[in-house]
Structure formats: C-alpha cells, structure tokens
Design a protein around this ligand. Structure first.
Ligand SMILES: Cc1cc2nc3c(=O)[nH]c(=O)nc-3n(C[C@H](O)[C@H](O)[C@H](O)COP(=O)(O)O)c2cc1C
Length: 366
C-alpha cells in the first residue's frame, strides 16, 4: 500500500506512543516486520523545538524510510510551522495527532479533544496540508471514534479530512472519554473505511495474529496499527505478517534469538539517550519484555536498581542466557495480555499552548 505517493513494505504499522516509539524502538519494530512507524508526537510549540526531549523525538539518524513525524497542537498556523520544521529535518510524512487523550494545557484540550471542535480540527488539517503540499509530503490524520459514546463523529471528520487533502486516516476504536478503558469497537472504523477512498487504518486492542485477521476482515481496513502489544515484543509484527500471509503460526521465537534482539535494541537505545537517561528509559522496555517470563517480575525489581549501561546489559544478557538453558522458546502471545496503558510512560500533555483556540463544541453538518 501507499501513503500518497510513498510506498510501504506492508500494512502493519507501529502506533505512535509518546515515551516509547523513539527512533531505536521504531527501528526495532521495522526490522522485525513492521512496514511503517510514526514517531512520538512533536509539539507545535516553537520554543520547545530545541529542548533535549523534542530534539530526541525528532532524531531520525539511520531510520528506515519513510520517516513519519506526528505533530500535536491546537493552533493552525503553529501546526503548519511545525510541519514545515519537521520536513526540513527529514520528515517525509506528517501525521496530525487527534488521537491522544492528552491533558488539558493552558485551558484547552489537544489531541483527540480537537474532535469536539470540528471547524478548528479542519482549520488545522487545511493549514498543515497547505504547508506540506509544496514539498510533496502527504499528511495523515490519527483520531479516535469521537469525543464520547454519544458523539462519535469520526465518520464526519474523516470525510471532511479526505476532502481537505488528507492522504490516510487512522482510527483508534475508542472515544476520547474512554481513555484506554473498555474495549475498542470496530463498527465505526468499518463505517469510515466504507466511506473513504483514501487508505484507512484500524487501531485498538490488536494483540495477536488471530485478532489482526479478525479486525482486518471486520473493518475492511487497508492496514492495522499496533501499539501496546508491541511493547517488549516487537516480533509480533513478523508473527502477524506470517499468519496473515499463510494462515499458519510462525514457530515460537527462540529465547536466545529474543535475547540477541533485546541486547541490540538496548545498545541502540543507549546511543540515543546516553548512559544516565538511557539506563532509566530502558527499564520500561526491559520490564515489558520480561513480564511474561518465569522469574521476570523479580528480575525487573532487581534490574531497576542498576545505574550503568554495562550493569544493565550484563543483567539482561545473564537473565535471558540462563533462561534459554531451561526454556528454548519465548512464550506464545496470550490474547488480551498486552500491557495496560501505563500512566508512567503515557504522555502527560501534548505540550501545546493555546493561542486563539475557540473551544466551543461546534459541529459540522454531516
Ligand atoms: C504509552 C502510550 C503513549 C501514546 N502516545 C500517543 C501519541 O503520542 N500519539 C497518538 O496519536 N497516540 C498515542 N497513543 C495511542 C496509541 O497510538 C494507540 O492509538 C493506542 O494505544 C491503541 O492501540 P493499542 O490498543 O494497539 O495499544 C499512546 C498510547 C500509549 C499506550
């Protein structure tokens, strides 16, 4: 499939997850079967672009193309500037975040809250598309099914977005009000897919090859986006790809192979963050990876006390090396076992200031 004129290797996407999908993690997923990955959201606040956090988020060194950057904000002009800024730094696709249930900042909600103000959402879309068009950079949109159960306007917004020049829409099958609670529903995604000509991506609670096949079939979506189930287990992409292609399960991953992948990811992770931040931010990735393993919880507690890259990498290597002697294969995926949304790694805000955003709940006519 393509996003605009840009071809992808397959239709299995890594979901953008702030604090998780940094460049090393995206690379890891792409290496293990993901056809596309979107960066963590980058704020539209110009004064934060030079901050260490934002510049790490905008790091694409050696990244497998296409490079897609998600931007978040509530002011059309600032969003257009953020798009142009990221294009200058290598972005080939710009994704607009209307999917993240971020906190209120400066009295205005960002992310999925924009779905409650359709004119503002459309003004942002139009401004970003206009900024990207001269560079031939496709603009995509990630949204939820709506603001709340009774106001599921994904279809209205998706149609308007397509008319405004959006090249692909991703729908997470929850409302903003739901946060990460309850279950994703796929009827709204199916309705969006049926109405649009551009590619539509289904997202939410896809955590196994069977679920992937079911969601594809039910929604008719062009692609799937997977978030939490890839945490600590990015080889889920190759497992799903194989199952979709053959109807058969890929043989379970040898522990020795997973050990090697994890260690390589850690080295890449340290190279982006350095020792102090690297050791701390790697803990969550290690914790996710070992959570389903015998002795994983106790290991995680001990590993969290380590302060150097050398100690951390040795501990992970030893733990998995000893495990490999007793258990040849990594445990299979138990559907529904993906990590819960973890507030400690979730975005606390979209870091967006509010210029003149009018936050009244104005609606477009369908
Ligand atoms: C830790 C975390 C951070 C997230 N950050 C973002 C983000 O920056 N932008 C965004 O559009 N969605 C964000 N999301 C939502 C995911 O992209 C995805 O829509 C959601 O997790 C549902 O997919 P899943 O059930 O496969 O995890 C985040 C989710 C998690 C768990």
């Amino acid at each position: 499939m393509n996003i605009g004129h840009i071809p992808l290797t397959n239709n299995l996407f890594v979901a953008p997850m702030a604090g998780v999908t940094d460049r090393p993690f995206r690379q890891w997923c792409k290496r293990l079967g993901a056809g596309y990955a979107v960066s963590e959201m980058v704020t539209s606040r110009r004064e934060l672009w030079t901050s260490l956090k934002t510049s790490r988020r905008a790091n694409h060194d050696g990244e497998v193309e296409p490079i897609a950057v998600q931007i978040a904000g509530t002011d059309p002009l600032m969003m257009a500037e953020a798009a142009a800024y990221n294009i200058d730094r290598g972005a080939q696709i710009i994704d607009i975040n209307m999917g993240c249930p971020a906190k209120k900042v400066c009295n205005v909600w960002a992310g999925s809250a924009l779905m409650q103000n359709e004119p503002l959402a459309l003004a942002i879309i139009s401004a970003v598309v206009a900024a990207c068009e001269p560079h031939r950079v496709p603009v995509t949109l990630k949204m939820r099914t709506g603001w709340c159960h009774d106001e599921r306007n994904a279809l209205v917004l998706a149609r308007a977005a397509e008319s405004a020049g959006i090249a692909m829409v991703t729908v997470h099958g929850r409302t903003r009000e739901q946060g990460y609670r309850g279950f994703a529903e796929y009827d709204t995604i199916a309705a969006v897919k049926a109405a649009l000509r551009i590619p539509v991506v289904a997202n939410g609670d896809i955590d196994s090859p069977e679920k992937a096949r079911e969601v594809l079939r039910y929604t008719g979506a062009d692609a799937l986006m997977i978030g939490r189930a890839a945490q600590g287990r990015p080889w889920i992409f190759r497992e799903i790809a194989h199952f979709l292609a053959t109807g058969e399960h890929l043989p379970a991953t040898p522990v020795a192979q997973a050990r090697q992948w994890l260690l390589e990811h850690l080295l890449d992770h340290y190279s982006l963050y350095g020792e102090r931040a690297g050791v701390r931010t790697a803990r969550k990735h290690i914790g996710w990876a070992v959570r389903s393993l015998p002795g994983g919880e106790a290991f995680r507690t001990d590993m969290n006390q380590l302060e150097t890259c050398e100690d951390q990498i040795r501990a992970v290597g030893d733990f998995l090396g000893e495990l490999a002697e007793r258990h040849a294969l990594w445990p299979a995926i138990a559907p529904g076992s993906a990590p819960e949304h973890d507030a400690s790694t979730a975005p606390t805000s979209c870091d967006v200031p509010i210029a003149a955003a009018n936050h009244a709940s104005i609606r477009l006519t369908a």
